[in-house]
Design a protein around this ligand. Structure first.
Ligand SMILES: C[S@@+](CC[C@H](N)C(=O)[O-])C[C@H]1O[C@@H](n2cnc3c(N)ncnc32)[C@H](O)[C@@H]1O
Length: 216
């Protein structure tokens, strides 16, 4: 069975149950490196601020980052997430989240000014990666931003997922899903410690935050 179906069936809710307490006490304000990257883009002159800026987070969990962004920056926020429990909680917080996975983004073409991959790609089936990239490209407007944060490794690595036998966790340089394409250029790519913005020499702790510009 595909990993995404196991997440949709049970593992995404199990992830939610295991992590809800930690997520509740996490700071999702602009002190968070991913939120801070989004805040930086909202101020960018390339976004048409005369219309509402629409942001999608793929794998948004219970929507706390999106909730903070909506309250503090006035943007319109949307998410997709496979956990029904996380979706219900996000909706109760006023975030419009649909239950789905990254390979099937249930929104119209050219809807978003910013698409965020919020630390979910390491859980995605490798055979879905082309579809995942195509879906993000489809829902992004022509001149828009893509922000990715995930485990980083120069060469792809596959390891066992600790919580369920048979599932895998994947590290790679996720910006390469897009930056080969002439319409995408990498605006910034920061490799840092998992949990802080500081660099570490320990590759097992590497996380990358990559900001890409789609210019058509
Ligand atoms: C590490 S959490 C990150 C949650 C949130 N973005 C954050 O930064 O707090 C990973 C999330 O990805 C979700 N997920 C798992 N498989 C996914 C898939 N194929 N597509 C989209 N999201 C997925 C999980 O249910 C979980 O909520």
């Amino acid at each position: 069975m595909l990993q995404k179906n196991i997440f949709l069936e049970s593992e995404a809710d199990a992830w939610f149950e295991r992590n809800h307490a930690a997520v509740s006490s996490k700071d999702y304000s602009s002190n968070d490196s991913l939120t801070s990257a989004i805040v930086g883009l909202i101020g960018d002159a390339s976004l048409d601020v005369s219309r509402a800026i629409k942001v999608l987070e793929v794998g948004c969990g219970e929507g706390r980052r999106l909730e903070w962004l909506a309250k503090n920056t006035g943007i319109e926020v949307y998410g997709i997430e496979p956990s029904q429990k996380a979706v219900d909680l996000a909706i109760s917080r006023g975030v419009q989240v649909k239950r789905s996975t990254a390979d099937e983004i249930l929104f119209e073409d050219a809807t978003f000014d910013i698409v965020i991959f919020g630390f979910c790609l390491y859980l995605c089936d490798r055979k879905d990666l082309f579809r995942i990239a195509k879906e993000a490209d489809r829902v992004l407007k022509d001149n828009a931003w893509l922000v990715m944060q995930d485990f980083y490794s120069k060469a792809p690595i596959e390891t066992d997922y600790h919580h369920l036998l048979g599932l895998k966790s994947y590290k790679m340089d996720y910006k390469t899903l897009f930056d080969w394409h002439p319409s995408y250029s990498c605006y910034s790519h920061q490799v840092h410690h998992h949990g802080s913005t500081k660099f570490t020499d320990d590759p097992s702790e590497w996380v990358a935050t990559s900001v890409l510009r789609k210019s058509v």
